[in-house]
Write a protein that binds this ligand. Structure first.
Ligand SMILES: NC(=O)c1ccc[n+]([C@@H]2O[C@H](COP(=O)([O-])OP(=O)(O)OC[C@H]3O[C@@H](n4cnc5c(N)ncnc54)[C@H](OP(=O)(O)O)[C@@H]3O)[C@@H](O)[C@H]2O)c1
Length: 296
């Protein structure tokens, strides 16, 4: 059988780096699309692999600029996209990048003989559609389904690296959190997620929810964030009704802060336990990166 060829979009990011490496390890030809190839010369901030010299081809393009995407999918069998905005910025919204950017990629892909498109969306998106980031992801999911191409939709609940924000707070001495910390979550390591990305390249529509092997209540997660840096846990819970009141007040004034509050409310109203995959453990990750935050 001829060597399978994948295009990875979002390859300078957390999951994109692991996905590109996982495809390579399984014998695929790997082309990556990035805005800044320089980033691939170094590992990512949390142990994500460097890709220069590892992947077969690096092409430069910006998903927000369709004229930079010409030919990206030429000769490609499968496209994988974990491309999106980490946080919205003035002049650049989730709608612009997560939806329109991925739609630009899809439009270019449809001009070529691509068999499959794998996209990373969000766990329980249907219960959080009021959040702009979630809506933008799901608008693209709908466009992908409407396109007629074979697809896989991956729905992770959270990544280990996102939990470092809690350890950063723990380092400063206290974690302040809405609700009572009783709901649960089981984040996944990026490397475990990378393996699943390749598994879902098999033909046939798939939509899978993904979590990691260890389930925590938020309170347990916070406690682990403290104990792995040898600190006594100090957690302050703010009643949810206060956060909800603040959200209603802020919503017409500041969409970005309103979205952050909506997220804080959602994680206190939705059980975030997803089917368990992978074999890497949160405790080890906290111990390795103790106190360092993803946004450092
Ligand atoms: N964090 C979570 O807990 C969570 C949970 C469920 C789902 N997800 C979703 O999982 C996906 C992957 O997350 P991640 O942590 O890997 O994200 P990430 O580290 O922020 O990576 C995003 C990637 O998208 C690229 N990108 C952004 N704008 C671009 C543009 N205009 N053109 C080309 N590339 C562009 C970034 O490139 P640059 O390096 O050039 O910026 C980066 O490579 C995201 O869609 C995220 O929403 C996240």
């Amino acid at each position: 059988m001829a060597m399978q060829k994948v295009l990875v979009v979002g390859a300078s990011g957390h999951i994109g780096r692991y996905a590109a490496l996982a495809f390579k390890k399984r014998g695929w030809f790997v082309r990556v699309l990035v805005r800044d190839p320089e980033k691939l010369k170094r590992p990512g901030p949390f142990g994500e692999p460097l890709l220069e010299g590892v992947v077969d081809e690096i092409v430069t393009g910006d998903a927000a600029k369709p004229d930079t995407l010409f030919g990206i999918a030429d000769g490609i069998d499968t496209v994988f996209s974990s491309m999106g905005l980490r946080s919205s910025k003035p002049g650049m919204s989730y709608h612009d990048i997560d939806y329109l950017g991925n739609a630009n990629i899809l439009q270019e892909v449809m001009l070529h003989d691509v068999q499959k498109f794998i996209y990373v969306s969000i766990f329980k998106a249907d219960e959080m559609m009021e959040m702009q980031i979630v809506k933008a992801h799901e608008d693209f999911v709908q466009a992908l389904k409407d396109s007629g191409i074979d697809y896989s939709i991956l729905r992770p609940n959270a990544y280990f690296s996102d939990m470092l924000q809690f350890q950063k707070m723990a380092t400063s001495g206290v974690i302040i959190w809405p609700g009572d910390g009783s709901l649960r979550i089981n984040p996944i390591h990026g490397e475990d997620m990378g393996d699943i990305c390749v598994d879902t390249a098999a033909p046939g529509h798939q939509e899978i929810d993904i979590g990691g092997p260890d389930i925590f209540t938020y309170k347990e997660m916070f406690t682990l964030a403290f104990t792995t840096i040898d600190k006594e846990p100090r957690i302050i819970f703010i009643p949810l009704w206060i956060v909800k009141g603040l959200h209603s007040f802020i919503k017409p004034l500041n969409a970005r802060i309103a979205d952050m509050l909506a997220f804080a409310i959602a994680v206190n109203e939705i059980d975030n336990t997803a089917p368990r995959y992978g074999e890497r453990h949160m405790k080890d990750f906290f111990e390795t990166f103790g106190g360092k935050n993803r946004t450092d």
